[in-house]
Design a protein around this ligand. Structure first.
Ligand SMILES: C[S@@+](CC[C@H](N)C(=O)[O-])C[C@H]1O[C@@H](n2cnc3c(N)ncnc32)[C@H](O)[C@@H]1O
Length: 327
């Protein structure tokens, strides 16, 4: 009762309701929220503090950035989600906030795309600066080795490296990426590697241009740290998994290398072990404990989660070649 009352008191103010509505759409920084609301930073910070104290919002720091989102757990988190649902969809203030949020996201996506465009040709070189990829690739192959994989999807395939590694072990591989430049490099790499069983296609990880329940395994390798809404990307990956199918997420453990954000368009500086596991659970998957591959500066983590149900290739839709025509 006390928690409910303090949540209601904290939310009962126009700016704070707007903040709840915005933070229900993903993880946002104070400066993004300030830009959207058009209010001073100290004012917005004060409202955010009250919402966090009441348990309606979660706040988490990553090096120089602080993110806010609607609380994942607890009665106050549930209350926040209910309140957001009750907000009139056509309220002009809320509608304008969401329009501005879309612009902020578009701006971010454009910056990341410009980065990938500029780095497509030597992306493989850049990624080897951070960690020994061969070790990660071997661990990934091993994670998936104990069951056959007919259809594999590589989300955010980039230069197609994961498809190249997995091609001999699967019947068919499909790579999806938003960047045409990356896909152009991937096409050359896959041809050179003789990976004729793999195809690539332009698409967005939040809206995969693929039917549900059509893959035995999905890999998201070094992509989520660019994502505005990593939980949504995981939910979309879960959608295309067949019952019994497996998702592997490879990404960094939490770190403080701010230059990756400034120079390499990273949004998140790694993910907590339980954070990804929770998102998998929320997407209806059963996660296992992740594997950690520590290195000098960055630890790569591999999370494996399974969609409940029958044997990996049983059930679900068959993947039509038409669905994955090359871009
Ligand atoms: C760091 S690269 C990783 C590429 C590859 N998975 C690898 O490990 O070599 C990240 C890739 O994610 C892609 N990407 C980022 N956001 C995306 C989105 N919303 N939908 C599809 N691809 C996206 C980028 O274009 C880029 O190619």
């Amino acid at each position: 009762m006390d928690e409910l009352l303090s949540g209601l008191r904290a939310a009962a103010e126009p700016t704070r309701l707007r903040l709840l509505s915005l933070c229900a759409q993903g993880e946002l920084t104070v400066s993004e929220l300030t830009d959207i609301l058009g209010q001073s930073q100290p004012r917005v910070s004060r409202h955010l503090k009250l919402l966090c104290e009441a348990g309606l919002l979660d706040r988490f720091r990553e090096a120089n950035w602080v993110f806010y989102r609607v609380a994942r757990q607890g009665a106050a988190g549930d209350l926040a989600r209910h309140l957001v649902e009750l907000l009139p969809a056509h309220d002009p203030v809320i509608a304008l906030d969401h329009e501005r949020l879309t612009q902020v996201k578009r701006h971010r996506a454009a910056a990341a795309e410009a980065y990938f465009r500029a780095n497509a040709a030597h992306w493989d070189e850049i990624r080897t600066l951070h960690i020994d990829d061969r070790e990660v690739e071997a661990a990934l192959v091993q994670l998936l080795a104990d069951e056959p994989v007919d259809d594999l999807l590589d989300i955010g395939t980039g230069t197609g490296r994961i498809l190249e590694v997995m091609a001999p072990k699967v019947e068919r591989g499909v790579g999806i990426d938003r960047s045409r430049e990356m896909l152009a490099v991937a096409r050359v790499n896959l041809e050179r590697a003789g990976a004729g069983n793999c195809s690539i296609r332009q698409g967005d990880m939040y809206q995969l241009p693929l039917p549900g329940a059509s893959f035995d395994a999905v890999v998201i390798h070094q992509v989520l740290h660019y994502a505005d809404e990593p939980a949504r990307a995981i939910a979309e990956a879960a959608r295309v998994l067949r019952p019994g199918g497996r998702l592997v997420v490879a990404d960094f453990a939490p770190h403080e290398l701010e230059f990756l954000r400034e120079q390499h368009a990273h949004r998140r500086l790694g993910f907590g072990e339980h954070e990804i596991m929770e998102w998998c659970r929320a997407a209806g998957l059963d996660p296992g404990r992740p594997v950690a591959l520590p290195a000098d500066q960055l630890t790569v983590m591999l999370w494996l989660a399974r969609r409940p149900g029958g044997a990996a290739s049983a059930g679900g839709a068959a993947l039509d070649r038409e669905d994955v025509a090359s871009c």
